[in-house]
Design a protein around this ligand. Structure first.
Ligand code: HEC
Length: 175
Protein backbone atom coordinates (compact mmCIF):
# COMPACT_ATOMS: atom_id res chain seq x y z
CA UNK A 1 0.00 0.00 0.00
CA UNK A 2 1.70 3.28 -1.09
CA UNK A 3 2.15 5.93 1.55
CA UNK A 4 0.38 9.22 1.23
CA UNK A 5 3.62 10.86 0.12
CA UNK A 6 4.42 8.43 -2.71
CA UNK A 7 0.79 8.49 -3.84
CA UNK A 8 1.06 12.26 -3.99
CA UNK A 9 4.21 12.04 -6.18
CA UNK A 10 2.56 9.57 -8.54
CA UNK A 11 -0.45 11.84 -8.78
CA UNK A 12 1.60 14.93 -9.48
CA UNK A 13 3.56 13.02 -12.12
CA UNK A 14 0.33 12.07 -13.83
CA UNK A 15 -0.75 15.70 -13.74
CA UNK A 16 2.64 16.95 -14.91
CA UNK A 17 3.23 14.31 -17.58
CA UNK A 18 1.43 16.10 -20.42
CA UNK A 19 3.17 19.33 -19.47
CA UNK A 20 6.59 17.64 -19.49
CA UNK A 21 6.01 15.96 -22.79
CA UNK A 22 4.63 19.25 -24.03
CA UNK A 23 7.83 20.93 -22.95
CA UNK A 24 9.87 18.24 -24.66
CA UNK A 25 7.83 18.64 -27.79
CA UNK A 26 8.24 22.39 -27.60
CA UNK A 27 11.98 21.93 -27.19
CA UNK A 28 12.17 19.70 -30.20
CA UNK A 29 9.98 22.06 -32.16
CA UNK A 30 12.13 25.05 -31.34
CA UNK A 31 15.21 23.05 -32.30
CA UNK A 32 13.59 22.18 -35.58
CA UNK A 33 12.64 25.81 -36.09
CA UNK A 34 16.23 26.79 -35.35
CA UNK A 35 17.52 24.27 -37.85
CA UNK A 36 15.01 25.54 -40.35
CA UNK A 37 15.98 29.15 -39.80
CA UNK A 38 19.64 28.12 -40.19
CA UNK A 39 18.77 26.53 -43.48
CA UNK A 40 16.84 29.56 -44.66
CA UNK A 41 19.73 31.82 -43.60
CA UNK A 42 22.02 29.66 -45.72
CA UNK A 43 19.59 29.90 -48.61
CA UNK A 44 19.39 33.67 -48.27
CA UNK A 45 23.16 33.90 -48.13
CA UNK A 46 23.67 31.96 -51.32
CA UNK A 47 20.96 33.92 -53.15
CA UNK A 48 22.11 37.35 -51.92
CA UNK A 49 22.11 39.74 -54.83
CA UNK A 50 24.26 42.83 -54.38
CA UNK A 51 22.35 45.98 -55.34
CA UNK A 52 23.51 48.24 -58.15
CA UNK A 53 25.08 50.59 -55.62
CA UNK A 54 26.83 47.61 -53.96
CA UNK A 55 28.32 46.73 -57.34
CA UNK A 56 29.32 50.34 -57.89
CA UNK A 57 31.28 50.82 -54.70
CA UNK A 58 32.64 47.26 -54.53
CA UNK A 59 33.53 46.43 -58.12
CA UNK A 60 33.35 49.53 -60.34
CA UNK A 61 34.60 52.52 -58.37
CA UNK A 62 37.82 50.94 -57.02
CA UNK A 63 38.77 49.76 -60.51
CA UNK A 64 38.07 53.20 -61.98
CA UNK A 65 40.59 54.58 -59.45
CA UNK A 66 43.16 51.78 -59.94
CA UNK A 67 43.09 52.19 -63.69
CA UNK A 68 44.04 55.85 -63.28
CA UNK A 69 46.73 55.15 -60.68
CA UNK A 70 48.27 52.54 -62.98
CA UNK A 71 48.42 54.93 -65.94
CA UNK A 72 49.78 57.74 -63.74
CA UNK A 73 52.56 55.40 -62.68
CA UNK A 74 53.02 54.28 -66.31
CA UNK A 75 52.33 50.76 -65.12
CA UNK A 76 50.80 49.78 -68.46
CA UNK A 77 50.64 46.01 -67.81
CA UNK A 78 48.52 46.64 -64.73
CA UNK A 79 46.42 49.26 -66.55
CA UNK A 80 45.63 46.66 -69.24
CA UNK A 81 44.75 44.10 -66.57
CA UNK A 82 42.52 46.51 -64.66
CA UNK A 83 40.73 47.72 -67.80
CA UNK A 84 39.77 44.08 -68.44
CA UNK A 85 38.54 43.75 -64.87
CA UNK A 86 36.50 46.93 -65.07
CA UNK A 87 34.81 45.72 -68.25
CA UNK A 88 34.14 42.36 -66.58
CA UNK A 89 32.62 44.09 -63.56
CA UNK A 90 30.24 46.06 -65.79
CA UNK A 91 29.28 42.85 -67.63
CA UNK A 92 28.47 41.07 -64.37
CA UNK A 93 26.44 44.06 -63.22
CA UNK A 94 24.43 44.04 -66.46
CA UNK A 95 23.75 40.32 -66.05
CA UNK A 96 22.78 40.60 -62.40
CA UNK A 97 20.48 43.61 -62.88
CA UNK A 98 18.84 43.36 -66.24
CA UNK A 99 16.61 46.42 -65.92
CA UNK A 100 17.02 49.83 -64.34
CA UNK A 101 14.28 52.43 -64.74
CA UNK A 102 12.72 50.24 -67.45
CA UNK A 103 15.87 50.42 -69.56
CA UNK A 104 17.96 47.27 -70.17
CA UNK A 105 21.03 47.97 -68.04
CA UNK A 106 23.51 46.07 -70.23
CA UNK A 107 22.50 48.16 -73.26
CA UNK A 108 22.85 51.31 -71.24
CA UNK A 109 26.31 50.22 -70.04
CA UNK A 110 27.50 49.37 -73.56
CA UNK A 111 26.12 52.54 -75.09
CA UNK A 112 28.06 54.80 -72.73
CA UNK A 113 31.24 52.77 -72.10
CA UNK A 114 32.03 50.97 -75.40
CA UNK A 115 33.86 53.88 -77.02
CA UNK A 116 35.88 55.00 -73.99
CA UNK A 117 36.86 51.35 -73.34
CA UNK A 118 38.08 50.95 -76.89
CA UNK A 119 40.08 54.20 -76.74
CA UNK A 120 41.54 53.26 -73.36
CA UNK A 121 42.59 49.90 -74.74
CA UNK A 122 44.41 51.59 -77.67
CA UNK A 123 46.05 54.20 -75.42
CA UNK A 124 47.31 51.51 -73.04
CA UNK A 125 48.74 49.43 -75.90
CA UNK A 126 50.46 52.55 -77.26
CA UNK A 127 51.55 53.60 -73.72
CA UNK A 128 50.23 57.03 -74.66
CA UNK A 129 49.45 59.11 -71.57
CA UNK A 130 47.75 61.95 -73.49
CA UNK A 131 45.43 59.57 -75.31
CA UNK A 132 44.81 57.73 -72.04
CA UNK A 133 43.81 60.94 -70.24
CA UNK A 134 41.36 61.85 -73.00
CA UNK A 135 39.76 58.40 -73.00
CA UNK A 136 39.71 58.28 -69.21
CA UNK A 137 37.90 61.64 -69.17
CA UNK A 138 35.33 60.18 -71.59
CA UNK A 139 34.89 57.12 -69.35
CA UNK A 140 34.32 59.35 -66.32
CA UNK A 141 31.74 61.34 -68.30
CA UNK A 142 30.08 58.01 -69.14
CA UNK A 143 29.80 57.24 -65.41
CA UNK A 144 28.08 60.56 -64.85
CA UNK A 145 25.87 60.32 -67.94
CA UNK A 146 24.42 57.09 -66.61
CA UNK A 147 23.99 58.47 -63.10
CA UNK A 148 22.07 61.43 -64.49
CA UNK A 149 20.08 59.21 -66.84
CA UNK A 150 18.98 56.98 -63.99
CA UNK A 151 18.02 59.76 -61.58
CA UNK A 152 21.19 59.37 -59.54
CA UNK A 153 22.80 62.64 -60.56
CA UNK A 154 23.79 63.06 -56.93
CA UNK A 155 26.62 60.59 -57.60
CA UNK A 156 29.33 62.63 -59.31
CA UNK A 157 32.53 60.90 -60.42
CA UNK A 158 35.74 62.71 -61.33
CA UNK A 159 39.31 61.91 -62.26
CA UNK A 160 41.13 60.95 -59.06
CA UNK A 161 43.38 63.64 -57.68
CA UNK A 162 45.99 61.48 -56.01
CA UNK A 163 47.15 57.93 -55.86
CA UNK A 164 45.73 56.95 -52.48
CA UNK A 165 46.32 53.22 -52.90
CA UNK A 166 49.34 53.19 -50.63
CA UNK A 167 49.36 49.41 -50.16
CA UNK A 168 49.77 48.52 -53.84
CA UNK A 169 52.91 48.57 -55.97
CA UNK A 170 52.61 50.46 -59.28
CA UNK A 171 56.25 51.33 -59.99
CA UNK A 172 56.73 48.87 -62.87
CA UNK A 173 56.64 51.64 -65.47
CA UNK A 174 59.31 53.88 -63.96
CA UNK A 175 62.80 53.13 -65.31
C1 HEC B 1 24.81 52.01 -66.86
C2 HEC B 1 24.69 52.91 -65.78
C3 HEC B 1 25.85 53.26 -64.91
C4 HEC B 1 27.15 53.45 -65.27
C5 HEC B 1 27.78 53.38 -66.65
C6 HEC B 1 27.86 53.78 -64.06
N1 HEC B 1 27.00 53.78 -62.99
FE1 HEC B 1 27.50 54.18 -61.06
N2 HEC B 1 25.57 53.97 -60.54
C7 HEC B 1 24.53 53.64 -61.38
C8 HEC B 1 23.29 53.63 -60.64
C9 HEC B 1 21.91 53.29 -61.20
C10 HEC B 1 23.62 54.00 -59.32
C11 HEC B 1 22.67 54.15 -58.13
C12 HEC B 1 22.29 52.82 -57.58
C13 HEC B 1 21.35 52.92 -56.41
O1 HEC B 1 21.63 53.69 -55.47
O2 HEC B 1 20.34 52.23 -56.45
C14 HEC B 1 25.06 54.21 -59.29
C15 HEC B 1 25.76 54.56 -58.16
C16 HEC B 1 27.12 54.75 -58.10
C17 HEC B 1 27.87 55.07 -56.91
C18 HEC B 1 27.28 55.33 -55.52
C19 HEC B 1 27.16 54.04 -54.77
C20 HEC B 1 26.95 54.22 -53.29
O3 HEC B 1 26.37 53.31 -52.68
O4 HEC B 1 27.38 55.23 -52.74
C21 HEC B 1 29.18 55.16 -57.27
C22 HEC B 1 30.36 55.48 -56.36
C23 HEC B 1 29.26 54.89 -58.68
N3 HEC B 1 27.98 54.64 -59.14
C24 HEC B 1 30.43 54.84 -59.41
C25 HEC B 1 30.48 54.70 -60.78
C26 HEC B 1 31.69 54.82 -61.57
C27 HEC B 1 33.08 55.13 -61.02
C28 HEC B 1 31.33 54.61 -62.86
C29 HEC B 1 32.16 54.66 -64.08
C30 HEC B 1 33.43 53.95 -64.13
C31 HEC B 1 29.90 54.34 -62.87
N4 HEC B 1 29.43 54.41 -61.59
C32 HEC B 1 29.20 54.06 -64.02
C33 HEC B 1 24.61 53.36 -62.72
C34 HEC B 1 25.77 53.47 -63.48
Amino acid sequence: MPTFRSRHIVKSCIVLAPAISGCLALGLLSQATLAQSDASTAATTTSYLPSISDFMIATIQPRHVRLWVAARSKDWPFAAYELGNLKGAFDRLGQAHRMEHEIPLQDMISSVTARPFEDLHKAILAKDTTAFDKAYGALTSACNACHQGTNHGVVVIRTPTDAALSDQYFERGTP
